[in-house]
Design a protein around this ligand. Structure first.
Ligand code: ADP
Length: 267
């Protein structure tokens, strides 16, 4: 029977009504399978630092007579613990987002959002003598969640710094984009002249937990979740994220968001 082919999603609305959405079963199964994959990957990724911390704890105990070794192992425990907290925080962030529109959307000055995102990486950039600059058109406005958009941009800026050599340049540029079909949009590009990404890898970098160079990413504290968080946030805002990159020359990640409608005049 036709009904048996359908999976249903039941949403409880704010006014107390219930909305039932019929999904085709294969789509529902696909979602289930990707949730299962995510759980399996997350479990695997979480086990790595947990296992390391357990072993390092035993090593500290055995090295009780060697103060230098105790300090060395303790530092490693601290590094693995911060990695574990970052992983947990990002997994929680992703599970909350799921590409949904933000509940706390407001009018936002794009320059101000970018400024906050850059502030989060200033220390890291200074330590590596990387310049952070903002260029393009000033005074653009979007509608969205301040916290989410700062997070998305901060992730891109953090990557631009992480995957560049010392003394590199990271530039954030803003511009309005006319789009007759979808309405005016705003593009925010984060460019670096760093290590770049091969064409083959650019297709996969938005996948959860995907890292081009596992060893390098792990060494720099990467989780492989930063760009999936960017994609979820941007999609939830009705935008999209694109990447242009050339191995050895650098990368540009561009977020495009709908421009905020003009403010209604208050009579
Ligand atoms: P990670 O936590 O590993 O940085 P992301 O999801 O943020 O995870 O990025 C996925 C992978 O994409 C990274 O491991 C890195 O290999 C690559 N990548 C992301 N941004 C850049 C960039 N600006 N330049 C070069 N490679 C990048």
């Amino acid at each position: 029977r036709a009904e048996q082919q359908l999976a249903v999603r039941v949403l409880r609305l704010e006014d107390g009504n219930v909305l039932v959405i019929a999904d085709d079963r294969s789509a529902a199964l696909r979602v289930q399978a990707s949730a299962r994959d995510f759980m399996a990957n997350a479990t695997h990724e979480l086990k790595t630092p947990v296992g390391a911390i357990t072993l390092l704890g035993e090593a500290v105990e055995q090295a009780a007579d060697d103060p230098d070794a105790v300090v060395r192992f303790s530092r490693k425990i601290q590094a693995e613990s911060s990695r574990l907290s970052l992983l947990v925080a990002q997994i929680v962030q992703l599970s909350r987002l799921q590409g949904q529109a933000p509940a706390n959307a407001e009018r936002l000055e794009v320059d101000e959002v970018i400024g906050s995102a850059l502030d989060r990486s200033r220390q890291l950039a200074e330590a590596r003598r990387i310049s952070l600059t903002l260029g393009g058109v000033r005074g653009l406005v979007v509608r969205g969640s301040r916290e989410q958009l700062v997070t998305a941009l901060a992730n891109l800026v953090h990557n631009a710094i992480t995957y560049s050599d010392d003394k590199a340049r990271v530039v954030v540029t803003t511009r309005p984009v006319e789009d007759a079909e979808r309405g005016d949009r705003i593009a925010i590009a984060v460019s670096d002249n760093g290590i770049g990404i091969s064409a083959e890898d650019t297709r996969r970098i938005f996948e959860r937990f995907y890292r081009v160079d596992y060893a390098r990413s792990r060494q720099t504290g990467g989780t492989g979740l930063g760009l999936s968080i960017v994609a979820e946030i941007v999609e939830g805002h009705g935008g999209e994220v694109a990447v242009w990159s050339k191995l050895g020359s650098g990368s540009t990640f561009t977020i495009t968001l709908p421009a905020a409608p003009a403010e209604e005049e208050v009579a």
